[in-house]
Write a protein that binds this ligand. Sequence first.
Ligand SMILES: [Zn+2]
Length: 418
Amino acid sequence: MITLGKYSFGLGDRFGHQGHAQLMAIMAAAKKGVEITPVWNKSNREHIIIGTQPYDVRIEADSVTTEAGFRKPYFVDADHINLDTVDRFIDSSDFFTIDVASYIGKRADDVEIEQFLSGTSGYAGKIHIPGIDDAVKISVSGIGDIAEKYLFAAIKAGEIYKKIEKVKGAGNFVAEVSMDEVPSPQTPVELFFILKMLAGRKIPLQTIAPKFSGRFNKGVDYAGDPLQFANEFEKDLLVIDFAVKEFGLPGNLKMSIHSGSDKFTLYPIIGALIAKHDKGIHLKTAGTTWLEEVIGLATAGGEALGFVKELYMKALEKREELCAPYADVIGIDHSRLPSGEEVSGWNSSKFAGSLRHIQESPDYNSDMRQLIHVGYKLAADRMDEYFRLLDAHKDVVADCVFENIYHRHICRLFNLNI
Ligand SMILES: [Zn+2]
């Protein structure tokens, strides 16, 4: 079976130009003794907005790894696919994020539910999960509620998995199940029974992406209670450990955090807890690579700065349309967005500083950052010009991309001295 390494990073690269700089960050971590498997991911939504094909990501991943002489495993992730969208990803991907969010809350038929309940009746009462001090209490009706909420989604995950397996063959790809894009978080006890359901559908799950408490808005830091997150995250780690043994799931099954990028408050917490329990992690992050391209062009000045200023003005104009597909995962205070007139007078450092995710910087503006983050369609609309500028300022942009992934993400997660 193809297995995913202990540590892996999901790297987003919307326009397919920064794979090399991203890989350099992964290789810099290896030099410091942290082996991270790169996974290039791109969702159906991003492909549609930009007009790319899943195969483009494969070409990028293959070429940047070959050029760099990178001989370790790497993957191409069909990100957040479901039964309707999986087909065109199958050939070019070897990692599948099976998204069951839209199936959660739909009821499986009675026979399935009864079957599940008869197989889990032994867990009613108290479940002792090694490492968790207090036994987890759950009643028969509590298990019933979980089955009503999640069993249908698990059955669908099984169908999607089978569809992929039929083409690729068992063991030739990594399967993840994601449930993060939903309004309410899953509790550790729910996660336990969800894993039971997925094991029951014979999915050789290697990563699972639950939803945690708090907000994981795109491109900005975590908004929520870090202590509560730490508590949930640690329990989830222990639940996964127990479920692996209990249900015969793959031994390397690990947590996948769909961070929406830049959850800087959480990285040290996650890093400390996986070290404490000697666990792996898949961190899906850096869809903000696109933002680093904008920051790089702003830094380059001249025509490139003019281009990104125009892009911001257009984004202001079209903000409703741009924000709509991301409504659940952004939180923009529109009153904090600078006007086009104001921005037109900015120099490189002011523009780049407003977007660069350094919270201590007086220029940093998280609202403007989020708006540009969802505004990549505007660059896609002027693709030739955009690519010409990216090529002309290749080095400065690559530096921004590297700095972001290596220093702001990897070093924080693995507590590396910069
Ligand atoms: Zn996600």
